[in-house]
Design a protein around this ligand. Structure first.
Ligand code: 3HC
Ligand code: NAI
Length: 702
């Protein structure tokens, strides 16, 4: 046995308890401890039956994901062999699922002969969310317990189900509302006398009813769940193996499939993202005793696109919010838009009318800034104009509660300047929501030069309370995400000036896994908006080569989807663009004007250059200490810009390609595109040291 597994005799029953906080994950030590404990219990003539359970609030949250990249010590059995050992035990084994049983946790439970489940807990096979399939018998034993269709649903969905549902489906035998271990010991006692082992693997009666055609259909559906990954269809293959092969062959087939998927770059990327999105919440220089203020009521200034969406985030979280706009007319228009968005959700069945009424009831409108004087935080979301925003911050400083946090949703302005316009610079921060704010998970929380640790803690906690992923960044042009996008988009436009076409670039990015390419995104957000942003950046980036095409698209009155034409044509208001001959002609003529002889770009070159621009700019962000970790940048790119999860983000991608290789690409592009591609010092240093961007940490302040 090991420290993390205990075997204790309760009368004639051996109670095996897994105690490996925080998640009771099946680490090497747990697997070894379980194997030893089960063997010891089988050997002990006084032990008539066994109960397996977990200590704390979880049963077992799965295999230990942290150990997936490590070699298994020789004396530790494979997890699936340990589970098979339980299934083959001559004495009855009862599982007391006292808390969450996920992945390998549920597989362990299914290896036991009987299962009791505590009310309020959940079980599930979430492996698909990590880029692989259940690998310790889940695809073989679950269909034997609940039938093929239900097993496929659970495995392909990945979400957990309630204890009640687990009993209804047949995963668990009984729902327990009181002391589950005591109940399990009693059952084990009874089974030792009159029952016996009941191996799941021998229960084949629910495996019938599915022929090859039905599995082919299931594979087709599974393939449609996500682009660019193979594990959903592989899960169907494994369940088909359960239905068509003897248990041991099925287990072997599952094992091979699991190992290949688990060791793939895509699964490594998804594992990395699992930990990265938990890591972002940790701020190295924030002591544990700095708790931040709880936000019980909020204010928003500006009821436009962002202000309305941000107000919805508060209402969705049950926090009362007051919106202030200049006139009743603007305010009512903003509130009406919010109401319309909620009504749409009700219409689509995503929200009940009652919930909508409750949420609308939490949103109040006013044209008087004094209406914000009860708010714990006020978020400014007015036009992107420094003078206007400074005026607003002065007014808020005079009218809001003295201890209220004042935040700006600006996407590009210097928030330190806004802080300087107030007498509470320690309470001024940025909270950069993404559009649509009520939908997008990402918020870049912008730490200003004078922001107190308390204020930082307040906004980081607020992100969590609003069910967002908050990533702490520093003040700089475009913060982190947009800064990187703005460089990569320019590189994409340069490539078009030189010979590529927008739809070729977009297809390359779509095929890589982005939901849309950069040109289609520009059409969605507004070509005119892109032009305005660039105008604002002119002074900052003077002396650099500037792409000319976006201005020309806008000059044609083609502002994107809203004008039914942009980089693409949008016939009859369709939201899917088609390549435009007008734009193609304009591009070819522009190349001529620029004295460029157009040349062919391979898809590979386009992708390499675009991603090198992202990786290098991300490294500059770290050089300048505007993000805490390389992994934080990857979280920003996944949740803010749709960087495919199975690719891990621009920093992870750079590591995968090899930083030396990325650096060489950046150096070559620097010669062509000048300072947009100025090589990052950190990129060079890590490349030389053989280290990784995705593992790099640089505290913003200490
Ligand atoms: N392995 C290693 N560590 C794990 C873990 C796991 N399976 N599950 C959770 N943890 C860790 C987290 O990293 C975190 O560590 P930290 O405190 O150092 O940051 C800690 O446990 C608590 O986790 P959360 O912060 O996520 O706590 P929550 O209460 O919000 O969520 C949870 C708990 C629902 C269990 C969530 O952590 C989760 O979804 N975990 C992953 C579950 C999973 O995917 N299991 C399948 C694993 S793969 C597998 O079993 C393969 C098998 O088929 C062979
Ligand atoms: P918008 O034009 O939709 O809304 C601005 C609102 O501010 C209008 O309702 C206007 O009446 C109101 N307003 C103007 N002056 C005011 C004043 N003195 N007092 C009170 N209200 C006033 O603008 P949008 O798109 O919502 O942008 C707001 C801010 O959010 C900008 O700083 C923008 O850069 C930023 N942002 C915008 C994103 C987007 O995609 N639209 C994404 C992220 C940030």
């Amino acid at each position: 046995m090991t420290d993390v597994v205990e075997l204790k005799m309760v009368g004639a029953i051996g109670v095996v308890t897994i105690n490996n906080p925080p998640a009771n994950a099946l680490s090497f030590a747990v697997v070894k401890g379980m194997d030893d404990a089960i063997k010891a219990a089988m050997k002990d003539p006084n032990c008539k039956a066994v109960v397996v359970t977990g200590a704390g609030r979880m049963f077992v949250a799965g295999a230990d994901i942290r150990e997936f990249n490590l070699p298994k010590p020789a004396d530790v059995p494979e997890l699936h062999d340990m589970i098979k050992g339980i299934e083959d035990s001559p004495k009855p084994v009862v599982c007391a699922i006292n808390g969450l049983a996920l992945g390998g946790g549920l597989e362990l439970a299914m290896g036991c002969h009987y299962r009791l489940i505590a009310k309020g807990t959940q079980v599930g096979q979430p492996e698909v969310k990590l880029g692989f399939i259940p690998g310790a018998g889940g695809t073989q034993r679950l269909p034997r317990l609940i039938g093929i269709g239900a097993a496929l649903d659970l495995i392909l969905d990945g979400d957990p189900i309630s204890a009640e549902k687990a009993v209804e489906l047949g995963i668990a035998d009984e729902l327990v509302t009181d002391d589950i271990v005591a109940r399990a010991v009693a059952l084990a006692d009874a089974l030792a006398k009159t029952g016996g082992p009941r191996p799941t693997g021998a229960r084949n009666d629910r495996l019938s009813g599915w022929d090859a055609t039905k599995f082919a259909e299931a594979r087709k559906k599974a393939a449609a769940i996500a682009r660019g990954v193979e594990h959903f269809t592989a899960a169907v293959d494994c369940v088909e193996a359960a239905a068509t092969k003897p248990l041991l062959e099925g287990l072997e087939y599952e094992r091979k499939t699991f190992v290949a998927l688990r060791d793939s770059d895509k699964a490594k990327a998804m594992r990395y993202m699992f930990f990265a999105e938990r890591e972002v919440a940790k701020i190295p220089d924030l002591p544990k005793d700095v708790k931040g203020a709880a936000i019980k009521s909020a204010g928003v200034v500006g009821s436009g696109t962002m202000g309305g969406g941000i107000a919805m985030c508060f209402a969705n979280a049950g926090i009362p919010v007051t919106i202030v706009d200049v006139t009743d007319e603007q305010l009512n228009a903003g509130l009406k838009k919010v109401e319309g968005l909620y009504a749409g959700q009700v219409k689509r069945g995503r929200l009940t009318q009652d919930a909508m009424d409750t949420r609308m009831g939490l949103i109040t409108g006013s044209t008087d800034f004094f209406a914000l004087n009860g708010a714990d935080i006020v978020i400014e979301a007015v036009f992107e104009d420094m003078d206007l925003k400074k005026e607003i911050f002065k007014t808020l400083d005079a009218t809001a509660k003295p201890d209220a946090v004042l935040a700006s949703n600006t996407s590009s302005l210097d928030i330190n300047e806004l802080a300087a316009a107030t007498k509470r610079a320690d309470k001024v921060v940025g909270v950069h929501f993404f559009s649509p704010a009520n939908v997008m998970k990402l918020v870049e929380n912008v730490r200003t030069a004078k922001a107190s640790k308390e204020t930082v803690a307040t906004v980081m906690n607020l992100s969590k309370a609003l069910d967002k992923i908050g990533v702490l960044v520093g003040v700089g042009d475009g913060f982190v995400g947009n800064r990187m996008l703005h460089v990569a988009r320019r590189i994409a436009e340069f490539m078009v000036e030189e010979g590529a076409l927008p739809w070729q670039v977009d297809k390359v990015l779509y095929d890589y896994g982005f939901p849309m390419g950069v040109f289609a995104v520009n059409d969605l957000a507004g070509v005119d908006v892109g032009v305005a942003i660039r105008k604002g950046q002119k002074k900052l980036y003077q002396g650099r080569r500037h792409p000319v095409l976006m201005d020309k698209v806008a000059a044609l009155g083609r502002f994107g989807q809203k004008t039914k034409a942009g980089w693409y044509d949008y016939p009859e208001g369709s939201r899917t663009g088609v390549p435009s001959s007008v734009i193609e002609q304009m591009i070819v003529e522009t190349s001529k004007e620029l004295g460029i002889t157009r040349r062919a770009f391979s898809d590979d070159e386009i992708l390499t250059n675009y991603l090198a621009a992202l990786t290098n700019t991300g490294a500059h962000v770290l050089d300048e200490k505007l993000a805490i970790r390389g992994a934080d940048i990857d979280v920003i790119w996944h949740y803010g810009y749709g960087f495919p999860r199975h690719r891990g983000g621009p920093m992870f991608h750079g590591d995968l390609v090899g930083l030396k290789k990325v650096y060489a690409t950046v150096e070559a592009l620097h010669k062509v595109y000048g300072d947009w591609m100025k090589p990052s010092g950190l990129l060079k240093q890590l490349a030389d040291d053989g280290k990784k961007l995705s593992e790099y940490t640089c505290p913003i302040q200490t």
